[in-house]
Design a binder for this molecule. Structure first.
Ligand code: TRP
Length: 332
């Protein structure tokens, strides 16, 4: 591996369509990381089956998400972008790490508690050991930095604890990762409830904009976005409001500062502004949507790219896995 650059590992689950929030808050950062770091990205499909999936949809989501990431600018010649279930070292190391993770630790994970409530009919063991699979993902590549949202931070902390524990028993083996919450990257809120995050699973169809939404739907959603009773396009520093969210979105997709946005729309009402935000988002997404269509019409190309990445991921991770097995005392 290239020793000079720090290693970034990140993964997303193929569990539904990406929102504008995912794009501005996460995917865009992945693209920027590619020049500065050694990037290893994955579709974490093994994690996805901790919640019951419809097989056809799950299959379709995985291919589409792979194509969508390429369309957004993940460059398979610069980064290793693979599919987790294709690389057997992940489930193997996850098993080993399960034996170095305490029941109590996993019981304290907030995501486990939240998901147990949300999916109370299917509190499976995979949901419980989800964090040790995530630890395996990270530790197999000796990753230094893990860009994650607030909700995954606790899992990265646990990964450090597990790595530290293993290192203290067997000697230096794993790099201790750090979560990395990039400064840039807008936090995009729901268009209907601007005090909660835009989510791909929101029941209100008007709350979230998806990367593959049609222009007319994007326009409709922004026109219906909830704003307050003022009419001036001004950032409100005291309160979280719908207009702040729209200003943030416009600023993120046009690369203009908040000040510039306020000036541009001085004396014009919310109506005009909403249309402009929609237009800017439509223009930003247009090339991504075009590229997406191109990739989806060439499945052979996609296959070629992920197979190559799967192979690279296997080569890197096998070394780490073998070292672990040797240290534990397996006959290999
Ligand atoms: N659990 C993460 C999520 O749902 C996805 C993920 C899987 C991940 N393995 C990872 C993220 C390793 C960072 C590092 O968002």
């Amino acid at each position: 591996m290239d020793k000079g650059k720090k290693v970034i590992f990140s993964a997303v689950q193929p569990s539904g369509a990406l929102t504008l929030g995912n794009y501005l808050g996460a995917v865009k950062n992945w693209i920027d990381f590619q020049d500065k770091y050694k990037c290893i990205f994955a579709l974490a499909d093994l994690h996805t089956i901790t919640v019951r999936q419809n097989p056809e949809e799950f299959h379709k989501n995985t291919i589409e998400l792979y194509a969508l990431f390429l369309a957004c600018g993940v460059d398979p010649d610069k980064s290793t972008f693979f599919i987790q279930s294709h690389v057997h070292t992940h489930s193997e190391l996850a098993w080993i790490l399960n034996c170095y993770t305490q029941f109590g630790e996993l019981s304290r994970m907030t995501q486990f508690k939240d998901k147990s409530r949300k999916y109370s009919g299917n509190i499976n063991v995979g949901l419980f050991t989800y964090p040790s699979l995530m630890a395996a993902d990270i530790l197999l590549y000796n990753a230094d930095l893990i860009p994650v949202g607030e909700d995954q931070r606790q899992h990265v902390e646990l990964t450090r604890d597990i790595a530290q524990r293993f290192n203290s028993i067997y000697g230096q083996t794993f790099t201790l990762p750090e979560s990395f919450i990039p400064k840039a990257g807008a936090r995009v809120m729901s268009l209907q409830k601007p005090d909660s995050k835009m989510s791909k699973s929101d029941e209100n169809a008007n709350a979230s904009v998806f990367l593959l939404d049609r222009p007319e739907d994007i326009l409709k959603k922004f026109k219906r976005a909830v704003t307050d009773s003022n009419s001036e396009v001004r950032f409100n520093h005291e309160q979280k409001t719908g207009i702040n969210n729209l200003i943030n979105i416009y600023s993120a997709v046009t690369d203009k500062t908040i000040d510039e946005v306020e000036k541009e729309f001085e004396g014009r009402g919310y109506g005009t502004f909403k249309t402009s935000v929609a237009q800017a988002v439509i223009e930003k997404l247009r090339p991504i949507q075009d590229e997406f269509k191109k990739y989806m019409s060439d499945i052979v190309y996609l296959e070629e790219k992920y197979k190559k990445a799967d192979k690279t991921a296997l080569e890197i991770s096998e070394e780490v896995l073998n070292e672990v097995k040797k240290k534990v005392g397996f006959v290999i």
